[in-house]
Design a protein around this ligand. Structure first.
Ligand code: NDP
Length: 279
């Protein structure tokens, strides 16, 4: 039988590291599979997905199609996908398309890996785009004491809160939202989920206070520590980490959905760090 086909679909897609990650996971289990980069035209997402699943087995979805993937799956969404309003993992079950979102699980597993279990923590989440939306429910599920979302456009932070509370009213006690300046108290974990690091800008963070043994986590990653990581350490964060572990973590969660096995993240992460020029 030919190797099963998997892939990642996006626009653009050249930059995606998913093929390397999934190929290395597969070799841990001697699994024969192919994993392709698939460029979908901006107006042709669903047609490209449909064509792929004629003989394909699973797809990761990246920018800008995660919301479209959510719509495409219809009722066969996992609870996490529903909470996120976005899908990054697609597969077929009995001929029907199913969808999940593994970004948040990827973040939570990475926080555990680096020794900062979200359970019982006060967490400040900066940004309210797709990445932020995907991690809110898993952070609550992981048992954080308080999760406060702040965003330049405060309405988007309030929207995320409202959507999660509508699906899980119990979340209302632990989840709050506001504008970028709208935060007080001190934090165990501060997460940068804005795209500001892309051009080494910093979101305005006047007086975020860090607790002892705190972590500043940037979802972005580069060959050097990001501007956010450096500024956070100046401001008193005990540790800082970039988002490469989250990337490998979300891939491992997708891999588990597709293949039913738990891949070893560490060697793949180490190789990736080497590839992007981190020491
Ligand atoms: P979106 O475009 O959906 O959201 C961008 C967010 O950044 C918005 O909240 C936006 O605020 C904010 N923002 C942009 N520029 C600034 C600025 N100069 N100052 C303050 N806020 C700003 O992006 P995503 O949510 O998809 O991605 C966010 C980041 O997370 C990216 O860097 C991406 O690479 C990273 N990411 C990492 C993953 C990983 O596995 N490590 C997974 C997914 C994403 P506003 O709403 O006001 O415009």
């Amino acid at each position: 039988t030919p190797a099963k086909r998997y892939g990642v679909i996006g626009h653009p897609i050249e930059h995606s590291r998913s093929p390397q990650i999934h190929t290395q996971f597969a070799s841990q289990f001697n699994l024969a599979l192919s994993y392709e980069r698939i460029l979908a035209p901006l107006d042709g997402f669903s047609a490209t997905v449909e064509a792929f699943f004629k003989d394909g087995s699973g797809l990761n979805v990246t920018l800008p199609f995660k919301e479209q993937a959510y719509d495409l799956v219809g009722p066969r969404l996992s609870r996490r996908a529903r909470m996120a309003g976005a899908v990054n993992t697609l597969w077929l079950e009995e001929g029907q398309l199913h969808g999940c979102n593994t970004d948040g699980v990827g973040l939570c597993s990475d926080l555990l890996r680096v020794g900062h279990n979200p359970e019982g923590k006060r967490i400040l989440l900066i940004g309210a785009g797709g990445a932020s939306r995907g991690v809110v429910f898993p952070l609550l599920e992981a048992g954080c004491e308080m999760l406060h979302i702040i965003n330049r456009t405060s309405a988007k932070a309030y929207d995320i809160r409202e959507q999660v509370v509508a699906l899980d009213p119990d979340a209302s006690r632990r989840l709050s939202a506001g504008g970028l300046d709208d935060h007080c108290g001190d934090w165990d974990i501060v997460i940068n989920a804005t795209s500001a690091s892309l051009n080494q800008n910093l979101p305005e963070l006047p007086d975020a206070r860090y607790r002892s043994n705190s972590l500043a986590y940037d979802m972005f990653y580069a060959s050097e520590p990001t501007a956010f990581m450096r500024a956070a350490e100046q401001a008193g964060a005990t540790h800082s980490k970039d988002g490469l572990g989250m990337l490998v973590g979300q891939a491992a969660a997708s891999f588990q959905i597709w293949h039913g096995v738990e891949a070893d993240v560490e060697p793949v992460l180490a190789k990736l760090r080497q590839d992007i020029g981190q020491v």
